[in-house]
Design a protein around this ligand. Structure first.
Ligand SMILES: [Zn+2]
Length: 343
């Protein structure tokens, strides 16, 4: 059985203190890998002793962190044979709601379709189809402040690139991987973002959240509200346009839209349009253009509800007006949920 020498314990403890200089953590938990040949019982006993003695030594040396097995910020694995330590850092999760004010950028990083992110002539070597995204803009100051390695964006659904996200914004969580700093002042970061990208985006309600919040957020499927500009390709009669305001809890049958069939399998889904309001700017008996405000069940395809998508969405605005219509502009005006209040 390998011997647990004071010298070895001290060296591991000092290595852990060095890691504490590099990574900010208030809590940690140790694990040990011990070399064979030892029996299973011996190994368990050895690990227990190593963990306890190294933990005690780090505290003697004045580590500004507490050992705990309950949700530690970092886990440190010691290899007793090689003297190496390996650190696993909990990601830092930053919650917020974003507004997307531009019809030219997507929500998240969009790899170039031709080179799939490697960089080619078509994308100017960037590997991206769009030069930036809400995710990249919001992540930049957080990456700088936390010195994390990378980010991933989770959100309550997403809008099309050419749609704006208005109102109180869409809830999201940015997951920062391997952050070195965890105590960041999010207020100034939010202000800086909102000043620097005032024409493109805004962020609100930023705060640090835990894993349970992430698990909750990705499962939410709240109603959404939209404002759509509808163009009639043939002038429509005024009266049926006005009657669209009577729509209440109408169930749509939607086959996967033609525009996304290249990346999603065809399937039929049923979604409910809960309510609808109409604003007609044209005077007179015929209408060429009007606005619809809709509240719908999560996952409803709005552009297809308007056009009918060649019969793949039933019923549709085109069908109800008996003239072909299309969605000229689309804004999401609300995502009807506050994850911070959900239980
Ligand atoms: Zn490319």
């Amino acid at each position: 059985m390998p011997e647990i020498t004071e010298d070895r314990v001290d060296r591991f403890a000092r290595e852990i203190l060095r890691l504490r200089e590099e990574y900010e953590f208030a809590t940690f938990w140790l694990g040990a890998h011990v070399p064979g040949p030892v029996s299973q019982e011996e190994a368990i006993e050895l690990k227990k002793q190593i963990n306890r003695r190294v933990s005690e030594r780090t505290l003697e040396l004045g580590i500004q962190a507490e050992p705990t097995p309950v949700h530690p910020v970092v886990r440190i694995q010691m290899n007793w044979a090689t003297g190496e330590v390996e650190i696993t850092v909990e990601p830092l999760l930053v919650y917020g709601r974003y507004l997307k004010l531009s019809r030219e950028i997507p929500q998240s990083r969009w790899p170039c379709r031709l080179c799939r992110g490697k960089g080619c002539d078509s994308c100017g070597g960037t590997g991206k189809r769009y030069f930036t995204s809400i995710e990249e803009l919001a992540a930049a100051p957080l990456l700088a402040a936390t010195r994390a390695e990378r980010t991933k964006m989770h959100s309550v659904g997403r809008e099309d690139v050419d749609a704006r996200m208005l109102g109180r914004g869409r809830p999201f969580i940015l997951q920062l991987t391997q952050p070195r700093v965890r105590n960041v002042a999010l207020g100034p970061i939010e202000e800086q973002l909102n000043r620097a990208h005032a024409d493109t985006m805004a962020v609100r309600e930023m705060r640090i959240v835990d894993r349970a919040m992430l698990e909750k957020l990705v499962r939410l499927e709240p109603d959404k509200s939209y404002r759509a500009e509808v163009r009639c390709l043939v002038p429509a009669r005024r009266e049926p346009v006005e009657r669209l305001a009577e729509i209440r809890d109408v169930t749509l049958e939607q086959e996967t839209p033609r525009r996304v069939l290249h990346r999603r399998p065809n399937r039929l889904r049923r979604r409910v349009v809960r309510e609808c309001a109409v604003e007609i700017s044209d005077a007179g008996e015929t209408v060429r253009r009007f606005h619809l405000t809709l509240r719908v069940q999560s996952g409803t395809y709005i552009k297809e509800f308007i056009s009918g998508d060649e019969g793949r969405t039933r019923p549709s605005v085109s069908h109800m007006l008996r003239v072909p219509c299309e969605c000229a502009e689309l804004d999401v005006t609300d995502v009807h949920v506050d994850p911070l209040l959900e239980t």
